[in-house]
Ligand binder design. Structure first.
Ligand SMILES: NC(=O)c1ccc[n+]([C@@H]2O[C@H](COP(=O)([O-])OP(=O)(O)OC[C@H]3O[C@@H](n4cnc5c(N)ncnc54)[C@H](OP(=O)(O)O)[C@@H]3O)[C@@H](O)[C@H]2O)c1
Length: 258
């Protein structure tokens, strides 16, 4: 795979946090980055900021829960580039009402709270991927990165002691009662495997990537990692060589257990 030049990458939820940093790092590699954001003002501002660093960054309005914006984004990428080389499904939310220092217990979650999280973290990723598949298939070496989390690891949730030495993030999976968030990432992991299974033969590598516990708005800036550190994992997954892995759960510590 040719490194960087002329490759086109779409990052969802790229107006802030880890998504913006992924866009920055991919842009620094020479890719044209499409800054997906649901809010025009925030998206334009992020694209302008990246442009100021010499990156070819362009705002694309994209609310992953709004099929019309998803379809419009696919049409505009098709018209402008005719293909998509990298898709990073990064947009994500923590819980129905946002991050809380005292999260709900599992038994306190209503279906509505869970549904709100799945709309973005699960269905949003499916909507965007489904819309972009024809464009990804036209790339000579497409990469899809689904932003997952060790908090969704069934291995960690079922037996934290067995896996915690693999990755410090796994230690808190069962400890935080984030039923909606954790299960949304487990669903995204299964979806990653299904896409990887179908698309691997076509050269489209699809992986889940965990950035690690990172200080962002998503968690009230409680994580120890910086966005610069966090973005390295998804960026690596977005720039894998043609003989790179597919259907894996990549983390800072190598591979995380599903
Ligand atoms: N931070 C961590 O420790 C950590 C750990 C593991 C995995 N992750 C994952 O990494 C990804 C990025 O998280 P982050 O920590 O960078 O969070 P963040 O700073 O809160 O950023 C989340 C991004 O998603 C966007 N978004 C939310 N709903 C959206 C929608 N309906 N359509 C389009 N964009 C939407 C937000 O846009 P607005 O500004 O418009 O809300 C924002 O740009 C998430 O998938 C998260 O689950 C994070």
């Amino acid at each position: 795979m040719e490194e960087g030049t002329n490759r086109v990458a779409l990052v969802t939820g790229a107006n802030k946090g880890i998504g913006r940093e992924i866009a920055r790092q991919l842009g620094k590699l020479g890719m044209t980055v499409l800054v997906g954001a649901r809010d025009e003002g925030r998206g334009e501002e992020a694209a302008r900021e990246l442009g100021g660093e010499g990156i070819d960054a362009r705002f694309v309005r994209l609310d992953v829960t709004d099929q019309e914006t998803v379809d419009a984004a696919a049409r505009s990428i098709d018209g402008e580039f005719g293909r998509l080389d990298v898709l990073v499904n990064n947009a994500g939310i923590p819980a129905g009402g946002g991050w809380a220092t005292t999260p709900l217990r599992a038994t306190e979650y209503t279906a509505d709270l869970v549904r709100a999280v799945y709309e973005v973290n699960v269905l949003g990723a499916v909507a965007v991927t489904h819309a972009m598949i024809p464009l990804l298939r036209r790339s000579p070496s497409a990469r899809v990165v689904n932003m997952s989390s060790e908090l969704g690891s069934l291995a960690a949730l079922s037996d934290p002691g067995a896996v915690e030495e693999l990755d410090p993030s796994l230690q808190i999976a069962g400890g935080l009662g984030l039923l909606a968030y954790n299960s949304s990432k487990a669903a995204l992991d299964a979806i990653t495997l299904m896409y990887a299974g179908e698309l691997g033969g076509e050269g489209v590598l699809v992986n889940a990537a965990s950035p690690g516990y990172t200080a962002t708005d998503l968690n009230g800036h409680t994580g120890p990692l910086t966005v610069e550190e966090a973005a390295t994992v998804p960026v690596k997954a977005a720039t894998l060589p043609d003989d790179g892995p597919t259907g894996r759960f990549l983390s800072r510590y190598g591979e995380a257990p599903w």
